[in-house]
Write a protein that binds this ligand. Structure first.
Ligand code: NAD
Length: 328
C-alpha cells in the first residue's frame, strides 16, 4: 500500500524502513492538520502519531482524497474523531501495547529524579560543588503511591513499585483481577489520592476525565505530594496545577505530556522566544521535571511499534481480522 507517514523523525524512519513488509512509504516531518491535507493525495493510508490531528473536518477531506486506513503508531487515539472516522468508513488501527515497561520505567525515572535530585547533583559536582544542601529526598520504601489506571502501563508500574516496597492503592473503573489477587487494593479516585505521597496517572484521556487533576482534586492531595503524568496532558488542568505548586499544596510535578504539546514537543525550539506562558512558568519551578513525551522511547518499543504497524496494514490489505481496530 502507499502510505504517507506524518510527524516523522529520523528514528521513526529508521525503524519503519527496517521492518517494512513491502509497502511504499513517503515520510513527512509535518504533523497532519487541515492546512497540509494536500500532502495526503495519492495515498491509500496514513501513518500518524500522538500530535497528528484527525478531527471530523480533516477526516472528511481524507475521505475525498481516497484514504482508507489510518495506522496509529501509538496506543492513545484521543487525536482521532472516531465517530467521524466511522462515518467516512476510514478504518483506524493502533498499536495497543508497545513495551508498557518503557513508559512505566520512565515514570519511575521521573520519580527518582524529582525525589533524589540527581540532575542537580550531577550539575553541582561537575562544577566542583559537593554540598548536599537542598538535595534531601524521602524513602520510596513504604511511601504511599496512588496508581490511576491499571492497564498495560499501570500494571508494569505496579510491579516496579512493589520492587521498591511502596504501599500502593489504585483507582480504575475496571479493576484488574490479577492485581487484586496479588493484594492490590482499589478505591475511588478521591480515596486513593487522599494521603498519597505520589499520584501517578496511567489512564487514557477520555471526555469524562479531561482535567481530572484540578483545584478540587488537588485539595485532596497530601500537602507536598508528587504528581506524575506520563499519560496525556489533558488529564491535568495546568493553570490549576501551577497554582497548587505556587501554594506548596503540590510538592513536585513530573510531566512527560502537556496539553499544548503539539506546538512544542518533538522539535528543537531552543533558538526561539518561548511564547507559551504555561510551559515557561512550569520550567521556572525547581520542583518540576518536564520531558517531551519520551516515555515510550526505547529501542524495544520502537521495534514493537514498527512490527505491529506492519501487522496492522498487512491484515487490512489481506482482508484479515483487524485485531487492533479502534472504534467509538
Ligand atoms: P490501557 O488501555 O492498557 O490501560 C488503561 C487503563 O485505564 C484501563 O485499565 C482502563 O480501565 C483505565 N481507565 C480508563 N478510564 C479511567 C479513568 N477515568 N481513571 C482511571 N483509570 C481509567 O492503556 P496503557 O497502555 O496502560 O496506556 C495508558 C495511557 O498511557 C495511554 O492511554 C496513553 O495516553 C499513555 N501513553 C503514554 C506514552 C508516553 O510515551 N508517555 C506511551 C504510551 C501510552
Amino acid at each position: 500500500m502507499k502510505i504517507a507517514v506524518f510527524s516523522t523523525r529520523n528514528y521513526d524512519q529508521q525503524f519503519l524502513e527496517q521492518f517494512n513488509t513491502g509497502h511504499e512509504l513517503t515520510f513527512f516531518t509535518q504533523s497532519l492538520s487541515l492546512q497540509n491535507i494536500p500532502l495526503t493525495q495519492g495515498f491509500d493510508a496514513l501513518c500518524l502519531f500522538v500530535n497528528d490531528n484527525a478531527d471530523a473536518q480533516v477526516l472528511a477531506k481524507l475521505e475525498e482524497n481516497g484514504i482508507k486506513l489510518i495506522l496509529l503508531r501509538c496506543a492513545g487515539f484521543n487525536n482521532i474523531d472516531l465517530f467521524a472516522a466511522a462515518e467516512t468508513g476510514i478504518k483506524v488501527l493502533r498499536v495497543p501495547a508497545y513495551s508498557p515497561q518503557a513508559v512505566a520505567e520512565h515514570a519511575m525515572a521521573m520519580i527518582l529524579t524529582l525525589n533524589r535530585k540527581t540532575h542537580k547533583a550531577h550539575n553541582r559536582t561537575r562544577e566542583g560543588n559537593f554540598s548536599l544542601e537542598g538535595l534531601m529526598g524521602f524513602n520510596l520504601h513504604s511511601a504511599k503511591v496512588a496508581l490511576i489506571g491499571t492497564g498495560n502501563i499501570g500494571k508494569a508500574f505496579y510491579n516496579i513499585l512493589v520492587g521498591f516496597g511502596c504501599q500502593i492503592m489504585a483507582y480504575d473503573p475496571y479493576p484488574d483481577k490479577e492485581l487484586t489477587a496479588k493484594g492490590l487494593q482499589y478505591g475511588t479516585l478521591e480515596q486513593v489520592i487522599s494521603g498519597a505521597d505520589i499520584v501517578s496517572l496511567h489512564c487514557p484521556l477520555l471526555e469524562d476525565n479531561h482535567h481530572m487533576i484540578n483545584t478540587t482534586t488537588l485539595q485532596l492531595f497530601k500537602k507536598g505530594a508528587m504528581l506524575i503524568n506520563t499519560s496525556r496532558g489533558g488529564l491535568i488542568n495546568t493553570p490549576e496545577v501551577i497554582a497548587a505548586l505556587k501554594s506548596g499544596q503540590l510538592g513536585y510535578l513530573g510531566i512527560d505530556v502537556y496539553e499544548q504539546e503539539s506546538k512544542l514537543f518533538f522539535a528543537d525550539h531552543s533558538s526561539e522566544i518561548m511564547t507559551d506562558e504555561l510551559i515557561a512558568r512550569l520550567i521556572s519551578f525547581p520542583n518540576v521535571l518536564i520531558t517531551s513525551h519520551q516515555g515510550f522511547f526505547t529501542r524495544e518499543a520502537m521495534e514493537q511499534i514498527a512490527q505491529t504497524t506492519y501487522a496492522n496494514v498487512d491484515a487490512f490489505a489481506s482482508g484479515s481480522a483487524l485485531d487492533n481496530e479502534v472504534r467509538e
